[in-house]
Design a protein around this ligand. Structure first.
Ligand code: GLP
Length: 236
């Protein structure tokens, strides 16, 4: 696990965006693992700009998103909609090549990922409580794609995407921690001070079930991108 400290979220977006562009230029059939939330948005801007400038094509690329809400109150709240708005409609990826876990058959998602060849490059954000995807504290480190209740902390953090906390979903379907660990390369982004405790848990370098992202300490190719303010605060 390598920490990469950047001045701004934009710099993080630029660095990760360039890694993905280089991968897709080399292997147009690359399999991307994608995340929602505010953290990856600068990455998606870099990908969209590179596509629009003719530098890269995602025509043969496949994607597998980390997670999806169960019973969101309106379509615009789904992660599929979020991805269309923020990435898919801005590049030439084919929508039939974009995948999301489904509450109907979560157990099939790991097999679909494996059948496609496995995730080459996984993008992760991180929750305040250290969740990745929607793997909340105490999720087993070897978990596969599954349905999970959301903690109150996560619902409060995500209520900004809904009209009220009451409307915020209580459940989601998410890749498991074991699913995520199978990715060949992983980048995690933390660019907001609400993530300081979660980053501190990673800096300790030891697996802790209460901090799900610490599963990554065992990954052979994982980069943790943090802004300087988050890093400095986490070190204290
Ligand atoms: C949600 C998503 C996570 C994401 C987290 C952080 O809970 N399921 O995948 O990492 O939000 O979001 P943000 O980047 O907006 O802080």
């Amino acid at each position: 696990m390598k920490f990469i400290v950047c001045e701004t979220p934009k710099e993080i977006g630029e660095k990760i965006g360039q890694e993905i562009i280089a991968l897709v230029q080399k292997n147009p059939k690359a399999i991307l693992g994608l995340a929602t939330g505010s953290s990856p948005l600068p990455v998606y801007d870099v990908l969209a700009n590179a596509y629009q400038a003719g530098k890269v094509s995602f025509r043969e690329t496949k994607s597998f998103n980390l997670d999806e809400y169960i019973n969101p109150p309106f379509e615009e709240a789904t992660y599929r909609y979020f991805m269309k708005e923020n990435l898919f409609s801005r590049v030439d990826i084919r929508l039939e090549n974009t995948h999301f876990p489904s509450e109907r058959n979560p157990e099939e998602y790991d097999g679909e990922i494996a059948a496609a060849g496995g995730v080459d490059f996984q993008v992760l954000g991180i929750g305040r409580d250290g969740h990745i995807g929607f793997n909340e504290p105490n999720t087993p480190f070897d978990s596969r794609t599954h349905i999970t209740p959301l903690t109150e902390s996560t619902r409060e953090a995500n209520a900004r995407f809904f009209h009220s906390l009451e409307e915020t979903p209580h459940e989601a379907v998410t890749m498991g921690l074991g699913t995520i660990m199978k990715s060949r390369h992983i980048v995690l982004i933390a660019s907001d001070l609400s993530k300081v405790d979660a980053i501190r848990s990673l800096l300790k370098g030891q697996k802790d079930l209460l901090w799900p992202a610490t599963v990554l300490v065992d990954h052979p190719s994982c980069e943790i991108f943090v802004t300087k303010d988050v890093y400095e605060a986490a070190k204290q």
